[in-house]
Design a protein. Structure first.
Length: 327
């Protein structure tokens, strides 16, 4: 009899536990929308860095979070439509890479929290009220505006080619990068060199840029990075190497694609840091109260193969500073 009572009691306890289990809400699965300005072939490692950082914070893709990625393919005109597509998925937070991506988000996304990645001068671009107190629905990481990195990159270029007197500055006139172009102009002059502005709107204008460079007797090149120049980096690198002039870039991928050298904030590190903001927001933080961080990790990438092609020597002091040397 005692055994029967124990058996019946066990059944009752099991039924009660089952009812309790059914009453518990299912674990929350957060939805994250991510707009990457480039292409999967070129920039998947940035998304991977973001996913790894989320995992370290306790979020497993497919279990705790769903991540919807859209690729801008370097075409800024696509950004608003892609953002609207992500908004329709009702994400808990949006992650937006590039300055132009953030500009589009400012216009399109009004209520969903937005984490910006590697944006140039978000305060000067009127994307936020200030770096310390962004206000509104946007926060994240800035890139390098005002930190003198362009000047440092040009100084390194002059160490490689000490006879440089005239520097062509290639930039996208429609790319919201005029502040960085102006910073480059100022840096060139501060190093007692002459800037030769070369504004383009499409990669098809590189032939015109070649004529301008030759007429201006440019003996070095600085490329300002934005979605247009990044998407067409292979063509731009070939352009510089065909002209047999040393070039410095703002983005490591240019050097990995055959450019001479690149110096910039580590975009990979900024993507990883964006996971910190996502975590804070998912835990209830107001994006407008989260200060925007400036980069703390920088990378110098030198391509020795290209240096040999151009016939320039890389000082040992620069090689010792390099984070990556491509043989």
């Amino acid at each position: 009899m005692t055994g029967r009572r124990q058996f019946v009691g066990a059944i009752a306890l099991g039924a009660a536990f089952a009812r309790f289990a059914r009453a518990q809400p299912a674990p929350r699965v957060y939805r994250i929308g991510l707009l990457e300005a480039g292409t999967p072939a070129a920039n998947q490692h940035f998304v991977d860095a973001f996913v790894r950082a989320l995992r370290e914070l306790g979020y497993e893709e497919g279990k705790d979070v769903t991540i919807d990625v859209r690729w801008g393919e370097g075409k800024a005109e696509r950004f608003p439509g892609l953002l609207r597509e992500l908004v329709r998925l009702k994400p808990d937070v949006l992650v937006v890479a590039s300055t132009l991506g953030a500009v589009a988000a400012k216009q399109v996304v009004t209520s969903i929290p937005v984490v910006m990645v590697a944006v140039s001068d978000p305060s000067g671009m009127k994307l936020v009220e200030s770096l310390a107190h962004p206000g509104g629905n946007m926060t994240g990481t800035s890139r390098e505006f005002g930190q003198g990195l362009i000047g440092k990159a040009l100084q390194m270029l002059k160490e490689v080619a000490p006879g440089t007197e005239r520097v062509a500055i290639l930039w996208d006139v429609d790319g919201e990068v005029e502040p960085r172009f102006r910073e480059a102009e100022t840096a060139v002059r501060s190093l007692h060199m002459t800037p030769i502005p070369i504004g383009i709107r499409a990669v098809g204008q590189l032939d015109e840029a070649r004529i301008t460079m030759r007429r201006g007797h440019a003996d070095a090149l600085m490329v300002v990075t934005d979605p247009l120049t990044l998407r067409n980096r292979d063509a731009i690198v070939r352009f510089a190497n065909d002209e047999r002039i040393p070039a410095v870039y703002e983005f490591g991928e240019f050097a990995r694609s055959g450019g001479l050298m690149a110096y910039s904030a580590s975009v990979t590190a900024l993507f990883a840091r964006s996971a910190f903001y996502v975590d804070k927001i998912l835990r209830g933080a107001n994006p407008g109260d989260l200060p925007i961080e400036q980069p703390t990790k920088f990378e110098l990438v030198i391509n020795l193969k290209t240096a040999r092609l151009l016939g320039v020597g890389i000082p040992q002091s620069l090689l010792l500073q390099a984070d990556e040397v491509i043989q």
